[in-house]
Ligand binder design. Structure first.
Ligand code: PMP
Length: 390
């Protein structure tokens, strides 16, 4: 089998499973309990937090565990806006964000009547002129613009955005969804001058169900989860210590293997481009050369992705359509979301007709050159059998 959908999720690494077993067995207590059993759990929780903070280059006290990037993004947007509800000002975001950002932002517009400015990113180039205008025109409460885009792998200029905020709207807070960057490209939110950043565990060989939100010390936030006051009041609920420990182990492995993995996926990205050009000459690679090497988006005109994904899957090759989350939109909103909100691929300048024929291939350190060979060979076969441009 060839698994090429690592941007959707990754297999849990065996070292991570071992670590989680150990913690479930030996540190299963409630970290809030003040007896020794609770303290053992607390110690593991805090060690895990320190590992994640270290990888982000921030203080442990600035890292809050959540259930994943979706919750981190919701908490970042809603938490900041609720804390600033007495000073309404617009939100700036991009047209290519994940739904967990976009829908949170839209929620704030609906509930609090805050204006929203969308910055275009045609061909993956975030329009910094638009951003400059937006920051100059009227007060801004929050900028939320991702680092690595999850469908095409575009890398947005996070540090440049931070500098513009500093210069033009120093009162605005700046959040970065770093889900597709963390544990891969070693993002450092402080270098971006971001006050908030979202990350997740299951994209890097850790367990599902845990992520984190970095919130710079001193930033005022409201919570979405009321209760026992865990995570310094920002996210109540008994902490899943074994998940935190598994997440931390995945981060340690990613850090230790960083250079090696990066060189490896760069080679895979070059390989897939070369093989596609040779064996599927119709194919259009949507990801620019300077995109994240972990993601390659490719369209095959005349070959619908609903068909090609199934064809590949039947032969043990797993890729996805534009992204796993996009297919959820279709499913959940039964067409209405689609009509109101153009496919984000369209917003990236990829025509709608091409959106239906787009596949996303995404790598991890465990992906092999053989996996790439099989993908391209099977896609070529599929195109010969099912494509309309034979
Ligand atoms: N943001 C980005 C950029 C993503 O790629 C994803 C995962 N598809 C998420 C947020 C949401 O992550 P999760 O499903 O783990 O909550």
């Amino acid at each position: 089998e060839s698994y090429l959908d690592n941007a959707a999720t990754t297999p849990t690494r065996s070292e991570v499973i071992e670590r989680m077993n150990e913690v479930m067995r030996d540190a299963w207590g409630n970290p809030s309990s003040v007896h020794a059993v609770g303290m053992r759990a607390k110690e593991v929780l805090e060690e895990s937090r320190a590992t994640i903070a270290g990888a982000l280059g921030v203080e442990p006290g600035e890292v809050y565990f959540t259930s994943g990037a979706t919750e981190s993004n919701n908490l970042a947007v809603r938490g900041v806006c609720s804390a600033r509800r007495d000073n309404p000002a617009k939100i700036i975001t991009s047209t290519l964000e994940h739904a967990s950002v976009t829908r949170s932002v839209r929620g704030m517009r609906r509930e609090m009547n805050w204006p929203v400015t969308y910055i275009d990113a045609i061909d993956g180039k975030l329009d910094l002129g638009q951003l400059r205008d937006a920051l100059t025109e009227s007060p801004t409460s929050l900028i939320t613009i991702m680092n690595v885009q999850n469908e095409v792998g575009y890398i947005f200029p996070s540090a440049e955005i931070g500098r513009m905020r500093d210069e033009l709207a120093p009162d605005a807070l700046y959040h970065v969804d770093a889900t597709q960057a963390f544990g891969k490209l070693s993002p450092k939110p402080r270098e971006w001058h971001a006050e908030l950043a979202s990350v997740a565990s299951h994209k890097i060989g850790g367990p599902r169900g845990i992520g984190a939100l970095y919130v710079r010390d001193g930033v005022k936030m409201h919570t979405n989860a009321f209760g026992g006051g865990q995570e310094r009041g920002l996210r109540s609920g008994t902490e899943p210590v074994f998940l935190a420990a598994g997440f931390a182990r995945a981060v340690e492995l990613a850090q230790a293997e960083h250079e090696e993995t990066l060189a490896h996926v760069r080679a895979l990205s070059a390989q897939i481009r070369a093989e596609l050009a040779r064996l599927v000459p119709d194919a259009i690679v949507n990801s620019p050369e300077d995109a994240s090497p972990f993601i390659v988006s490719v369209s095959v005109p005349g070959l619908r992705n609903a068909k090609s994904v199934a064809y590949l899957s039947d032969r043990g090759v797993y890729a996805s359509r534009a992204s796993a989350c996009e297919s959820n939109h279709e499913h959940v909103a039964a067409g209405t979301w689609r009509k109101k909100h153009p496919l984000s691929l369209q917003a990236a300048g990829i025509p709608l007709s091409q959106g239906n024929t787009t596949l996303r291939v995404s790598f991890s350190g465990a992906t092999t050159p053989d996996d790439v060979d099989r993908f391209v060979a099977t896609l070529a076969e599929c195109n010969a059998e099912l494509g309309s441009r034979k």
